[in-house]
Design a protein around this ligand. Structure first.
Ligand code: ZN
Length: 222
């Protein structure tokens, strides 16, 4: 009972005051009850190419926002406190910056780094899919969820070493059995936070087996 009360208090203290931005304490005019438009605008950008190895892995990766303390806070809210609205906003903001920097005409579809069905049941939603949907909407590209799936349920990656991550993600993704014809051109693979790139590389390998020609990884944070 004591533990339950403690976790309820923890949850409450992590929630922002309704109507006020938890970052700057200004009154939030966008009504989302989370970060205000000014803080979204001022969020530090990463804008970095993390890797580009188009010959061997047919992929490249760009992270839009720095994984700063603020970004860490909203990713935490998005993943562990049921804030699907933050995922949608983050997806839209990520896509907006990406469209400012890149020629988006070369992309033919958007897909997401899939979560395992057990993780989706546990969380109640798939934050990567919400992000990807918002990216697809903002860029007017089709969202495809029929390419790959996650076949291994593993512990969260954050506590593992780089080597353990790579081992953990080996064969974690596979082509979907009900795959439709993949599109020509480059597919945008959307992920929330990119660390070592091991997850994205696992997805790219599975995507290659579906016949997707090129992959560009778009990470919200990195
Ligand atoms: Zn603010």
């Amino acid at each position: 009972m004591k533990r339950l009360l403690h976790s309820a208090l923890n949850l409450l203290s992590a929630l922002p005051f309704p109507g006020y931005c938890p970052i700057c304490n200004r009154e939030s005019i966008n009504g989302s009850g989370w970060m205000c438009d000014i803080c979204w605008r001022d969020l530090p950008l990463a804008g970095k190419n993390l890797w580009r190895s188009e010959t061997t892995l047919k992929g490249a990766c760009l992270a839009v926002f720095q994984y700063s303390d603020t970004a860490r806070q909203f990713v935490h809210q998005m993943k562990f406190y049921g804030r699907e609205d933050i995922a949608a906003r983050l997806g839209s903001e990520t896509a907006g910056r990406f469209a400012d920097w890149m020629d988006i005409s070369r992309y033919s579809a958007v897909t997401s780094v899939p979560l395992h069905p057990a993780r989706i049941r546990e969380r109640g939603y798939d934050q990567n899919l919400i992000l990807a949907r918002a990216v697809a909407e903002r860029l007017s590209l089709p969202l495809r969820t029929d390419f790959i799936r996650r076949v291994k349920h593993r512990p969260p990656q954050s506590r593992l070493s780089d080597e353990e991550r790579r081992h953990n993600l080996k064969d974690a993704f596979a082509p979907q059995p009900n795959l439709n014809q993949p599109p020509q051109g480059t597919v945008l693979l959307v992920d929330d936070v990119i660390h070592t790139g091991a997850t994205a590389l696992g997805c790219i390998e599975a995507l290659e087996r579906t016949g997707v020609q090129r992959v560009f990884v778009l990470a919200a944070c990195g």
